[in-house]
Design a protein around this ligand. Structure first.
Ligand SMILES: *Cc1c(COP(=O)(O)O)cnc(C)c1O
Length: 486
């Protein structure tokens, strides 16, 4: 296989084997863009999921790296044909499983531009423009969540990293006690259990508390657990609240939890990873009231703010708490210290070398404007509400939790069939498998107080009511067939 003539010439002229000629670079970038735009245009006609078994993929892909390169266009086409499509298409209008994200095109290009400029968003000296822009975007978020001016934060890989950074700050604020304990509801994302483990909280001191019928944390259970643990000599360092629990979208009693944590001197972290951006809409702001009283908030722009992965953020009410927890003087970076108004954002979290994540949010918002984002986020909530109505009117479907922030949990259960829990689970597992194999859509499930639930998360700006309705109709049909064959 031949490398292009242009590349060979450019390399010979520069004595640089990793260089391409400008024409070849442009051709390649053009082809990559064509492939992406074509994909976006044809996506609604495709299945939301594709994948294969490891044995099969290994056969195709396991090979030694070639000693000599091949034509770049060929390599690109192979990636676009054999690797990238084998995935859940999270941006598919019928991708309702887990938490999807449909990135905006300016956001995608922002990642490309940041990579092309070789930005390392670590310190002011090394990236002052990007640092200032991160301050700008974090300031937007600060205003949206209702935080004071003392607040600040940083972009992270996602909600998991945000919760880890938050726990480190919480532990530091508590004076780094030996017998630390943390509290969250049994609906909290596993990321918090992992974050607590990483900072060294013993498994039995990670307290998962029960929820009420609406899947909101039971405040009395929290109070009891904290009192018991204090009596046993433990030192509660953090409470996590859900602002959009991952299974149901439930929002914990944020104001009451803030009252309790303030009185107890315990750090309150709000996990708004997926739900948080609802706060830019009127309705979301009401649902999330009280969030602004937390010590820290994790919120992911790669979920309900339509950005490519990775685009998490951590906001803290007092940015100094983060810097106290993370800033470490490092001799090799001694030239990078500019002073108080020139933060080195790497002093606020785990990462030193960091990609320039703020650019995607900024480019997307500059391009479309906030009104467009508000409408796109509202649409998710409206479609979820319509889906709830549909389920309530359906003779074969049953809601399993109130709709909250774009999440709909339900199951096939014609009341008159009088099936036990086990039989219902079997029927619904069959239905889920039928959607997987026989429908374009991709839907996932969860367990709600022991009940097997089908779950839609509808937060994709490309999703229309027909996408939701037709998928629900499919589920009704598969449900009737599964019931009929019993
Ligand atoms: C996605 C999610 C997380 C984890 O965040 P990552 O960005 O995947 O690291 C935590 N909590 C909630 C509610 C989430 O939706």
């Amino acid at each position: 296989m031949e490398k292009s003539e242009g590349r060979r010439e450019a390399q010979a002229a520069e004595g640089d084997d990793l260089r391409m000629a400008p024409e070849e670079m442009l051709d390649l970038a053009r082809r990559a863009s064509e492939l992406l735009v074509e994909r976006i245009e044809t996506l609604p006609g495709e299945d939301a999921w594709d994948g294969d078994f490891q044995q099969e993929l290994e056969k195709q892909l396991m090979e030694a790296p070639p000693e000599e390169g091949r034509p770049a266009a060929e390599v690109l086409e192979r990636a676009a044909r054999d690797i990238l499509p084998l995935s859940l298409r999270l941006d598919h209008p019928r991708s309702f499983a887990f938490i999807s994200c449909s990135p905006t095109w300016p956001g995608v290009l922002a990642d490309y531009m940041a990579a092309g400029y070789a930005i390392n968003q670590c310190t002011w000296l090394i990236a002052s423009g990007p640092s200032q822009l991160e301050l700008v975007v974090i300031d937007w978020f600060r205003r949206w969540v209702g935080y004071p001016e003392s607040a600040g934060g940083l972009f992270t890989s996602g909600g998991s990293a945000a919760s880890l950074d938050a726990f480190v700050a919480a532990r530091e604020a508590a004076g780094h006690p030996d017998r630390a304990s943390v509290y969250m509801s049994d609906q909290s994302h596993s990321a918090h259990i992992r974050a607590a483990r990483i900072i060294g909280v013993k498994p039995e001191r990670i307290r998962l508390l029960p929820c009420n019928a609406r899947f909101r944390l039971d405040l009395e259970a929290l109070k009891r657990a904290v009192a018991e643990d204090r009596a046993a000599g433990l030192h509660p360092i953090a409470v996590c609240a859900n602002a959009g629990a991952v299974s149901t979208g439930a929002v914990d009693p944020l104001g009451e939890m803030a009252d309790f944590c303030e009185a107890q001197g315990i750090w309150l972290h709000v996990d708004a990873a997926y739900g948080g951006f609802a706060t830019v809409t009127e309705r979301g702001k009401e649902l999330l009231a009280g969030m602004e009283r937390a010590d820290s908030i994790g919120i992911d722009a790669h979920k309900w703010f339509f950005q490519p992965y990775e685009a998490g953020t951590l906001l803290v009410k007092d940015v100094k708490t983060l810097e106290r927890a993370f800033a470490v003087r490092h001799d090799i970076l001694q030239d990078t210290i500019w002073g108080a108004n020139h933060p080195n954002i790497s002093d606020r979290g785990l990462q030193l070398s960091r990609s320039f994540r703020a650019l995607k949010v900024w480019m997307s918002v500059q391009t479309f404007g906030m009104a467009a984002f508000r409408r796109a986020i509202s649409k998710g909530m409206e479609l979820a509400g319509q889906a709830e109505e549909y389920v309530r009117e359906s003779p074969v479907l049953e809601m399993l939790a109130p709709v909250s922030l774009g999440v709909v949990c339900f199951r096939v259960n014609p009341g008159d069939a009088d099936l036990g829990e086990e039989a219902l689970e079997e029927v619904n597992r069959t239905v889920l498998a039928r959607v997987f194999w026989d429908d374009k859509a991709f839907v996932s499930s969860t367990l709600l107080k022991g009940k097997f639930a089908l779950r839609f998360c509808i937060i994709n700006h490309t999703t229309a009511w027909d996408d939701v309705r037709e998928t629900l109709e499919g589920i009704e049909r598969f449900g009737k067939e599964a019931l009929g064959s019993r």
